[in-house]
Design a protein around this ligand. Structure first.
Ligand code: PMP
Length: 426
C-alpha cells in the first residue's frame, strides 16, 4: 500500500469507488497514454471514464485554458460571458433540438437533476419513467431514477419512479428475442404501464447504458417509445453523458439511432466535452427550458475557463472528424476483440458501437456473471500496461473500453493484445 492510499482511506469516504487492489496515482498524460507516480506508462482505454474525449494534454485545449485563466477564471454568474454564449450557440446548433436553449452545469449529475426539475415543473408531475439497469448520477433526484442498485445508495426518493424494460437485452423476461420482438415487447410494456399510472413527466434514458455495461437496445426502440410517449404528453430526456460527441461512431448523439420520430425533448451532456474540465449541461426547446418561474443559476456552471476548454475541444473534435475515427478504429477494435473473445472461455459477448465497447464475462460454460474474473482481468491488464473499466449493474461482469476518440489503429492493436493476454491469465 502506498502512503497516499493510507491517507486517502483515513480521510475520504469508504464508498468512494477506487479501481485496483493497489490503486494508481495518475500524475500526467499525453495523447492516449497516462503515467503513474512510479513512472509506469499505461495505454488508456478508459479515457478517465470518458472524460478525456479527444486526447490527454491536447495542446489546443491546454492553450485555450491557460490563456483564459490568465485573463479571468470566474465571472460567469450574473454577468455576460462570451465563451459561454459561444459554446451554447455551438451546442444548440449541434443538438438537433429546434430553437434550442442551453444551460451549463458542472457535472452530468447536475445536468440530469436540472432536466428532471424542468420536466417535473413543465408537466406538473413528480412521476418519472426510467430504464432498468440505468445510471443517471449521484444526487438525490438522479439516484432516484437510477435503476442500477449498485450505484443507488438510498431508496428514499423525492420522485415517484417507474422502471421500464428496454435497457438490458440478454437477461430478464425478454431475453433471446429478436430486435423486432424485443422492441414490440418493450413498447407493449410501456403502453401497459401508461394505462394505469397518473401522468408521468418524462422518460429518462441513456441511448447506450454506460455504467450498466455498455448495453444498447435495438436501434429505433426510443423512436417507438416516443410515439407512445407523445400520445400521453410524456417528455423524453436523452442522457447523452456517455454517448454524446460522436463516441458511438455512427452518430454524433446516441438519440440519433432512435431519431425517426424527432429529437428528444431534453438532452443532457457532460464528461467528454471539456476534455477533463468539468462541463455538464441541458438542452431543451424554449418552452421547456423557460418553464421555471424563478431565477436559477449554477455558480460554476459555464465558468469561462471550462467554456474555453469546451470550445477548443469541440473544434478539434469536429475538424479532425473524431466521430469518423471512432467509427473506423472502433469498428476494427470490436472485430479484433470478437476474435479474441471467441478464443476465451470467459467471454460471453463483445458488443459496442464506435469507441464504446463492452466485453461481458461469465463463468465458463454458464450465463452466470463473473465479477471476480472481471476484477482479475482489470488487474492483469494493468500489469500489461493497459487501463480499462468495468461495470454491468449488479453483476460488474462487463469490461468497459472507451479510449480517447483519437485512438490510432496501432494503439487499438496494442491494447487488444494486452487484453488477450490478460483474459488468458485471469
Ligand atoms: N449520466 C450518465 C449516463 C453517466 O454515465 C454519468 C457518470 N458516470 C452521469 C450521468 C453522472 O455524471 P457525473 O459523474 O459527471 O455527475
Amino acid at each position: 500500500m502506498t502512503e497516499l492510499f493510507d491517507r486517502h482511506r483515513a480521510v475520504l469516504p469508504d464508498w468512494l469507488a477506487l479501481y485496483y487492489q493497489d490503486p494508481i496515482e495518475i500524475t500526467h498524460g499525453e495523447g492516449r497514454h497516462v503515467w503513474d507516480a512510479e513512472g509506469n506508462r499505461y495505454l488508456d482505454f478508459f479515457g478517465g471514464i470518458l472524460t478525456t474525449m479527444t486526447a490527454h494534454a491536447l495542446p489546443e485545449v491546454t492553450k485555450a485554458v491557460s490563456e483564459q485563466a490568465g485573463r479571468i477564471i470566474h465571472s460567469s454568474t450574473l454577468y455576460l460571458n462570451r465563451p459561454m454564449v459561444e459554446l451554447a450557440e455551438r451546442v444548440a446548433g449541434l443538438s438537433g433540438i429546434p430553437d434550442a436553449r442551453v444551460f451549463f452545469t458542472t457535472s452530468g449529475t447536475e445536468a440530469n437533476d436540472t432536466a428532471l426539475m424542468l420536466a417535473t415543473a413543465y408537466r406538473g408531475s413528480n412521476q418519472i419513467l426510467a430504464m432498468r439497469n440505468s445510471y443517471h448520477g449521484r444526487s438525490f433526484s438522479t439516484v432516484s431514477v437510477t435503476g442500477n442498485r449498485s450505484w443507488s445508495p438510498t431508496s428514499l426518493s423525492p420522485l415517484q419512479t417507474l422502471y421500464v424494460h428496454g435497457g438490458v437485452r440478454d437477461r430478464g423476461p425478454y431475453a433471446g428475442l429478436t430486435d423486432e420482438r424485443f422492441t414490440e415487447a418493450c413498447v407493449a410494456d410501456l403502453e401497459d404501464l401508461l394505462g394505469h399510472v397518473r401522468t408521468p413527466a418524462a422518460l429518462i434514458a441513456e441511448p447506450v447504458q454506460g455504467v450498466g455495461g455498455f448495453t444498447a437496445p435495438p436501434d429505433g426502440l426510443y423512436a417507438a417509445f416516443r410515439e407512445v410517449l407523445d400520445r400521453h404528453g410524456v417528455l423524453w430526456i436523452s442522457d447523452e453523458v456517455q454517448t454524446g460527441w460522436g463516441r458511438t461512431g455512427e452518430h454524433f448523439w446516441g438519440w440519433q439511432a432512435h431519431g425517426e420520430n424527432g429529437p428528444p425533448d431534453i438532452l443532457t451532456f457532460a464528461k467528454g466535452i471539456g476534455n477533463g474540465m468539468s462541463i455538464g449541461g441541458v438542452v431543451a426547446r424554449p418552452e421547456i427550458m423557460n418553464c421555471l418561474d424563478a431565477n436559477s443559476i449554477s455558480t460554476f456552471g459555464g465558468s469561462p475557463v471550462t467554456m474555453a476548454a469546451g470550445l477548443a475541444n469541440l473544434s478539434y473534435l469536429l475538424e479532425h472528424d473524431l466521430q469518423g475515427n471512432a467509427r473506423r478504429v472502433g469498428g476494427l477494435l470490436i472485430e479484433r476483440l470478437r476474435a479474441i473473445g471467441a478464443r476465451a472461455d470467459s467471454v460471453r459477448q463483445v458488443r459496442g458501437r464506435g469507441l464504446m465497447i463492452g466485453i461481458e464475462l461469465t463463468r465458463p460454460g454458464t450465463t452466470e456473471a463473473a465479477p471476480e474474473t472481471a476484477a482479475a482481468v482489470l488487474e492483469a491488464a494493468r500489469e500489461g500496461g493497459l487501463l480499462i473499466g468495468k461495470g454491468g449493474g449488479h453483476h460488474t461482469s462487463v469490461l468497459r473500453i472507451a479510449p480517447p476518440l483519437s485512438l490510432t489503429v496501432a494503439e487499438a492493436e496494442e491494447g487488444a493484445e494486452i487484453l488477450e493476454l490478460a483474459l488468458r491469465s485471469a
